[in-house]
Every structure is written in structure tokens, then in C-alpha cells.
Ligand binder design. Structure first.
Ligand SMILES: N[C@@H](CCC(=O)N[C@@H](CS)C(=O)NCC(=O)O)C(=O)O
Length: 204
């Protein structure tokens, strides 16, 4: 059975749980990282030298990096979530790479507003991150004006990393520009039970 190491409130673990549930892959999850610890233990570092979550083991194959895991799970199960046609696949994968590189402010906002007590928050970097991140979400919003999902007409792996971030962006206690296409896409994602189960629980 697929084994997933990682605490369920990690966004990177959530992506993996979400895609596994979309495809219908049974899995066993082990709590590790954050308050559970264990991720700096030698046994875990042998699986993932970064000491981060998630990591998976599938039929003797070990893999880390959440977006690579999402791609691998879809590819190994021949799931249409990873389109076979190269251009369609690139459309989906491009958004996975974009999520990793273009939303650095989301980490500042999440840690500042969810994992830092109000009296210890530094408002300046939070405001800078909010302004920059709002601009980045406008890129997604404009793209979604012409298509229901990031890679086109259907839901793909391209929606997973950005979709996991969108939940946080749209539910953090911050001022946001009204982005109708982003909201409509989020509504579509919110109807998917795996998104509800793994991404939409309260942020902790
Ligand atoms: N690029 C990596 C980042 C992994 C990462 O930063 N994981 C965080 C949780 S979201 C982590 O392991 N933090 C240490 C901990 O949970 O103790 C990926 O996408 O898998």
C-alpha cells in the first residue's frame, strides 16, 4: 500500500492526500513533522535528506517533493489528471511550477497570521506579502477568465498546488481584491470531496 509520511495540516502533504483521493489510491499516512517531530531522525533522513514532509513510498520506490509526488501518482496510475498530450500536460505542469516559485508571500502570510500570536506579528512584511500576493492572484484570475480550470476544460494536476494555496489565500483574515474568476474556480474546487477533506479543514 502507498505510504505517505507527513502531518495532515501541511499544505505540501495536503496536495498528496488530495491527488491520492482524487485517483482513488488507498494509502497509509504517518504523522511526522511539526509537533509530531521525527523528521530529523536518521531513519527519516534516509528517506528524505531534507528532513521535510511529505515523503512517499510506493511499491519500494521512495519519493519526496510534493509536486513531483502529485505528478508521479497520476502518471503511475495512468490518471487523466496528468494529460498525456505534451502541450496539455505542459499547461498543467506550468501551474505547478508557478505555485512553487511565484507565491512566496503565502508563506509569510500563513506563518504570520496562523502560527504567530497577534502580539508577536510584524505588520510590515505581512502587508508587503499581502500586496505582492494579491498581484500574483490577479494573474490566476485573468487566466481563469477564459477557462474553468487552470489547464483548460477539465480538472488536472495543475489545479492541485495552486488550489491548495487558494484555500489559504481566500480564508486568511486579510483584505483581498475581489477576483470573480478566482472565486468561481475556488467554488468549483470546493465541491470536490477530496478538497473538502484534505485542504478545507481549519488552518492550523
Ligand atoms: N518543496 C517541498 C517543501 C516541503 C516543506 O517545506 N514541508 C514543510 C511542511 S509544509 C515541512 O516539512 N516543515 C517541517 C515540519 O513540518 O516539521 C515540497 O513541496 O515537498
Amino acid at each position: 500500500m502507498l505510504k505517505i509520511w507527513g502531518r495532515a495540516n501541511s499544505i505540501n502533504v495536503q496536495k498528496v492526500l488530495w491527488v491520492a483521493d482524487e485517483i482513488g489510491i488507498p494509502y497509509e499516512r504517518v504523522d511526522i513533522g511539526g509537533p509530531f517531530g521525527g523528521n530529523r531522525e536518521p531513519a527519516y533522513l534516509k528517506l528524505n535528506p531534507n528532513g521535510l514532509v511529505p515523503t512517499i513510498e510506493d511499491d519500494g520506490f521512495t519519493l519526496w517533493e510534493s509536486n513531483s509526488i502529485v505528478r508521479y501518482l497520476a502518471a503511475s496510475r495512468n490518471s487523466p489528471l496528468l494529460p498525456a498530450e505534451p502541450k496539455a500536460r505542459a499547461e498543467a505542469e506550468r501551474w505547478m511550477d508557478w505555485q512553487l516559485t511565484s507565491l512566496p508571500g503565502m508563506t509569510t502570510l500563513f506563518w504570520g497570521l496562523v502560527r504567530t500570536p497577534p502580539e508577536k506579528r510584524d505588520p510590515k512584511p505581512l502587508e508587503e506579502a499581502r500586496v505582492q500576493t494579491a498581484e500574483r492572484w490577479q494573474i490566476v484570475d485573468r487566466h481563469l477568465a477564459a477557462r474553468p480550470y487552470l489547464a483548460g476544460d477539465s480538472f488536472t494536476v495543475g489545479d492541485i498546488p495552486v488550489g491548495a494555496m487558494a484555500y489559504r489565500w481566500l480564508n486568511l483574515p486579510i483584505e483581498r481584491p475581489k477576483l470573480a474568476n478566482l472565486d468561481a474556480w475556488y467554488e468549483r474546487l470546493s465541491k470536490r470531496p477530496p478538497y473538502q477533506r484534505h485542504v478545507m479543514p481549519p488552518m492550523t
